[in-house]
Ligand binder design. Structure first.
Ligand code: OGA
Ligand code: NI
Length: 367
């Protein structure tokens, strides 16, 4: 099903998209070719121009949660859980530091993604695809043909869990580090799910037991420097679909999150992860925890690299488990506001919709 061709004084948008897609060289290919003006497919509507070019004017920052004392005796676990509860209820976004994953693994992972995107174009184009049933592929802007403007970004997508993942499906240039990184991220994911469970007043293993950590979908983003950053986005405003996203960014910056009616910068903290709650978490907690909008600016500086690992199932894993608001969290006064659904329903919806300011896909599952 194709969207309408946008005819505009002879300009055939669909043709432009197709020509760009067929190069299989991504945004990186345009930058390598020395482009100085943005092709029209990347230019977003005029009304957005004014907002996109400004970084936030406020000094408000997302909470930072130190996991270093998690295993110590005393009150520290309780204090961490209180902070996680506050962040889940009011922010949907926070940094974690002292998470036990060695700095060299973080550096190598970011470097692996950078190397993937900067490798020989002929090798890379073998991975170029828009077939979302593949476990591993790369492209520019996942729903390219549906979006009103294409984002200034190339992304390597890898479905890392559930298995079976044949390591040979991963690009050779970042295979070993991805496997090592996955091992660490899985442990951090379980630690976080324990904290979220307890912050919700549930048994420590509750969220793990309902398979919240079963799927891991990794995105290796590469945001090349942009010659006209005020005309486009690195990543349009959206909320994530999974339960939790564990996001690693390099030190370039450009990520913003929507908090109390304004966009605030998520300034990089070396060695930290950004933890971001997704739509599924909001659904199973019956809106107790929130999933908030975020976006990435296009910038003159770059490339910027980030690695996002979302705890979520994907389209090909027909997860038979039904999810709805957790029974223990609903009462007569606080009745369920969402229907029971399959996670794949939400994921499929996310791939057919445009990323947009009015993003909550959750509205489709409201009672
Ligand atoms: C995402 C995301 C932000 C970034 O992958 O969903 O929001 O910094 N990424 O790349
Ligand atoms: Ni996101």
């Amino acid at each position: 099903m194709m969207e309408a061709v946008h005819e505009d004084g002879g300009y055939d948008r669909n043709k432009e998209l197709k020509l760009f897609d067929e190069t299989k060289a991504g945004v990186k290919g345009l930058v390598d070719a020395g482009l100085t003006k943005l092709p029209k497919i990347f230019v977003h509507d005029n009304h957005k121009v004014n907002v996109s070019s400004f970084s936030s004017a406020t000094n408000v920052t997302i909470p930072v949660i130190d996991l270093g004392s998690l295993h110590e005796e005393g009150n520290s676990r309780h204090e961490i859980i209180q902070k996680v509860k506050d962040a889940g209820e009011n922010w949907g976004f926070f940094h974690v530091v002292n998470h036990d994953i060695p700095q060299c693994v973080l550096d190598e992972m970011l470097d692996g993604v950078r190397r993937f995107h900067e490798q020989d174009a002929e090798v890379k184009r073998e991975f170029y695809s828009r077939d979302i049933t593949k476990r591993v592929f790369y492209n520019t802007h996942f729903n390219f043909y549906k979006a009103s403007e294409v984002n200034w970004r190339d992304t390597l997508s890898c479905l890392l869990a559930p298995g079976p993942l044949d390591p040979h499906q991963l690009p050779c240039i970042c295979r070993d580090v991805t496997i090592k990184y996955l091992d660490h991220v899985k442990k951090l994911a379980l630690t976080l799910l324990e904290l979220f469970s307890e912050a919700l007043g549930l048994e420590r293993s509750y969220l793990k037991d309902i398979d919240c950590a079963k799927g891991i979908f990794m995105l290796g983003h590469y945001y090349p420097p942009c010659p006209e950053p005020e005309l486009t986005w690195g990543l349009s405003s959206h909320t994530d679909v999974g339960f939790v996203t564990i996001l690693l960014q390099d030190l370039v910056g450009g990520l913003q999150v929507f908090y109390e009616n304004q966009w605030i910068d998520v300034t990089p903290i070396p060695g930290a992860f950004i933890i971001n709650l997704g739509n599924m978490m909001q659904l199973i907690t019956n809106d107790k925890f929130i999933s908030v909008k975020h976006r990435v600016l296009a910038q003159k500086v770059g490339p910027r690299v980030s690695v996002s690992c979302s705890l979520r199932q994907h389209v090909q894993d027909e997860c038979l488990r039904m999810y709805g608001p957790i029974k223990e969290l609903v009462t007569k006064e606080n009745p369920p506001i969402y229907k029971e659904m399959k996670m794949s329903d939400l994921v499929k919806l996310a791939y057919t919709k445009e990323l947009d300011d009015d993003v909550s896909l959750l509205k489709h599952f409201r009672i």
